[in-house]
Write a protein that binds this ligand. Structure first.
Ligand SMILES: [Zn+2]
Length: 310
């Protein structure tokens, strides 16, 4: 069995409290709550150093024991390649919050909707102190059991999107959803916007999704933007809330109908001749009209609807 040790990596304290059944240790990190205000997107700062999640009770040392996980839905997506499978084991040598054990396996807590320990529903802070069989369910599992003990919200329509998911942000705005997005934003301002504006975080950075302040979030499985939008619609039950062409793709502000006469000076000669319906962004002033690309966009949106409903 591996000895317990503490390693400082890149300014973080990594605490290998979990030892896998094969003898390799797995680092566990929890995160401190952010106290900064969401005053702006700017600035580049590292996240605070880590602490472990506290359980409901005081930690106690116990004899090593095995915890067996059974993963439902697509949660094995988060396991290391080569370790994919629905059943995994972890060896613990001290009482540990179930959230920490789950995340040490690579699964961010916002992806976990239901935890059953030996058949009983528990929250993320439940302390595991002896051998246990644990069932993990993602959001959207068809099972109707334990509705009251579900850990995630089933729907939300406001998001903050990681700077690496620009096309997803654009697609969500095209469908009318409120999306905060800045391609330059780093982790701290991203989390501040999420926390202070009560938005769901969309990111493929699993470590970011594991941060303690994240209540609602999702990691798109696909790297394809058209598939990602379908995933997000399904995850947050957005099919009935789609309202295309109602939000500015550039700045996220709502679009308002405007009379042609009010903006005619800003139009190109052919646009003045062929188009009558216009909308203007309440934020940046951008003018939109159903131009030559409109029917192509409509077809794309219809395809997204069909794929989300299948
Ligand atoms: Zn705008």
């Amino acid at each position: 069995m591996c000895r317990r040790c503490f390693i400082v990596v890149d300014g973080r304290l990594w605490i290998p409290a979990v030892v896998c059944a094969g003898g390799r240790s797995t680092a566990i990190t929890g995160k401190m709550s952010l106290s900064g205000r969401a005053s702006s997107w700017g600035g580049r700062a590292r996240l605070p150093s880590s602490t472990r999640t506290l359980t409901h009770e005081s930690p106690i040392d116990v004899k090593p024991f095995i915890v067996r996980f059974n993963l439902h839905g697509d949660l094995d997506f988060f396991l290391r390649s080569g370790a994919r499978g629905r059943r995994i084991e972890r060896s613990l040598r001290e009482k540990t919050a179930v959230k920490d054990v789950i995340e040490s396996c690579g699964m961010p807590h916002p992806e976990i909707d239901l935890i059953l320990v030996n058949g009983n529903p528990v929250d993320f802070y439940y302390g595991i102190a002896s051998a246990a069989n644990i069932e993990l369910y993602p959001v959207g599992t068809k099972s109707t059991q334990c509705k009251e003990q579900r850990l995630q919200v089933s729907t939300t329509a406001t998001f903050v999107v990681d700077g690496h998911l620009g096309r997803l942000a654009r697609n969500l705005r095209l469908l009318g959803f409120d999306v905060a997005y800045d391609p330059r934003a780093e982790d701290r301002p991203l989390l501040c916007v999420m926390e202070h504006e009560n938005r769901a975080l969309l990111t493929r950075d699993r470590r970011l999704l594991m941060h303690a302040v994240v209540k609602t979030g999702y990691c798109p499985r696909s790297q394809n933007a058209d598939e990602q939008i379908v995933e997000v619609i399904r995850r947050f039950n957005l099919l009935g809330s789609i309202a295309p062409f109602t939000r500015c793709i550039r700045c996220n502000a709502p679009l308002r109908k405007i009379a042609k006469a009010e903006i005619i000076e800003r139009l190109e000669p052919l646009t003045k001749i062929y188009y009558e319906q216009f909308r203007r962004c309440a934020g940046c002033g951008q003018i939109y009209w159903p131009g030559s690309h409109f029917s192509r966009l409509q077809k794309r949106i219809e395809q997204i609807r069909l794929n989300s409903n299948s």
